[in-house]
Design a protein around this ligand. Structure first.
Ligand SMILES: Nc1ncnc2c1ncn2[C@@H]1O[C@H](COP(=O)(O)OP(=O)(O)OP(=O)(O)O)[C@@H](O)[C@H]1O
Length: 232
C-alpha cells in the first residue's frame, strides 16, 4: 500500500528525514513513534503528498507521488488519503454534518449524495444526534469522531492519524482508540503517529521507531494482544 524508498527531507540546514525505507501492506496498522523532532510528522506529510522529498521515492496505492503534478497530488490526497489531526481541523462555521459532507463535495459528489454518505458515517460512529451541532459545542471526543468521519468520507486507501488522542482526556482518547482499532479490524489500512505507547500497543500491528530522521527499530505486535482492554 505504501513504499518509501530512501526518503530524505531537508529544510534548509535541518535534515528531517535521513534515508527512510519503509513498506506498509494493505490492512496493516502501523504506529510511528519517536522523540519530538525526529521526523514523524514529516514522514506523514510525505506519504500524504503534502510535501515532496528532497531525495528518494514515495509510492502509495501504486501511485508514484514523484510523478504527479501539484494538481495530481491534490486529487490523490482528496481521493486516496484520509487524515486525522491532533486538533481536529474542523471548519468552525459549518455544522458537523456539513464539515463531513464537504469532503465528498470537493471531489464532485452532489450535496445530496454527500449528506447521505455523511449520515451513514455519523450513524456508524455513534454521533448521529450531533449532526447539526457546530464544532464549538462538541466535546473533544465528538470533534475527533467527526474528523474521523470526514477522513473516511471518500473511502480512503489509507488513513493517516497524527496524535489523534493528543488533545483528548483519557476517556475520549480511549473511545477514539477503539474506533481506530475497529476500523483497522474491518480492513482499513492505518498509519498512526503517537507518543503514547499504550495507544500504539492497542491499535497497531507494527511499531516503527524513528530517531533523528532514521528508522532505528521495528517490532510486530501480536494480533491477539490488540484491543484486549476495551472500554466498556
Ligand atoms: N516546514 C518546516 N520548515 C523547517 N523545518 C521543519 C519544517 N517541518 C519540520 N521541520 C523540522 O524537521 C524536524 C522534524 O520535524 P517533525 O515535525 O517531522 O518532527 P516530529 O517527530 O513530528 O515532532 P513532534 O513529535 O514534536 O511533532 C524538526 O527539526 C523540525 O523543526
Amino acid at each position: 500500500m505504501v513504499r518509501l524508498d530512501g526518503v530524505r527531507k531537508e529544510y534548509g540546514d535541518t535534515t528531517a528525514l535521513d534515508g527512510v525505507t519503509l513498506e506498509i501492506r494493505a490492512g496493516e496498522a502501523v504506529a510511528v513513534m519517536g522523540p519530538s523532532g525526529c521526523g514523524k510528522s514529516t514522514l506523514l506529510n510525505m506519504i500524504a503528498g503534502l510535501d515532496r522529498p528532497t531525495a528518494g521515492g514515495v509510492t502509495v496505492h501504486d501511485e508514484d507521488l514523484g510523478r504527479l503534478t501539484e494538481t495530481g497530488l491534490a486529487l490523490f490526497r482528496r481521493k486516496r488519503i484520509g487524515m486525522v489531526f491532533q486538533f481536529f481541523n474542523l471548519l468552525d462555521d459549518l455544522p458537523a454534518l456539513e464539515n463531513v459532507a464537504l469532503a465528498a463535495q470537493l471531489t464532485g459528489v452532489s450535496a445530496r449524495q454527500a449528506r447521505r454518505r455523511a449520515l451513514e458515517l455519523f450513524d456508524e460512529l455513534g454521533i448521529a444526534d450531533r449532526r447539526n451541532a457546530y464544532p464549538a459545542v462538541l466535546s473533544g471526543g465528538e470533534r475527533q469522531r467527526v474528523a474521523v468521519a470526514r477522513a473516511l468520507m471518500n473511502r480512503p486507501a489509507l488513513l493517516l492519524a497524527d496524535e489523534p488522542t493528543g488533545a483528548l482526556d483519557s476517556h475520549a482518547g480511549e473511545q477514539v482508540m477503539d474506533l481506530l482499532l475497529d476500523l483497522n479490524q474491518i480492513g482499513q489500512t492505518l498509519l498512526l503517529v503517537t507518543h503514547d505507547e499504550r495507544m500504539a500497543e492497542r491499535c497497531a500491528s507494527r511499531v516503527v521507531s524513528l530517531a533523528d530522521g532514521r528508522v532505528v527499530g521495528e517490532r510486530s505486535l501480536s494480533l491477539d494482544g490488540r484491543g484486549l482492554e476495551r472500554t466498556p
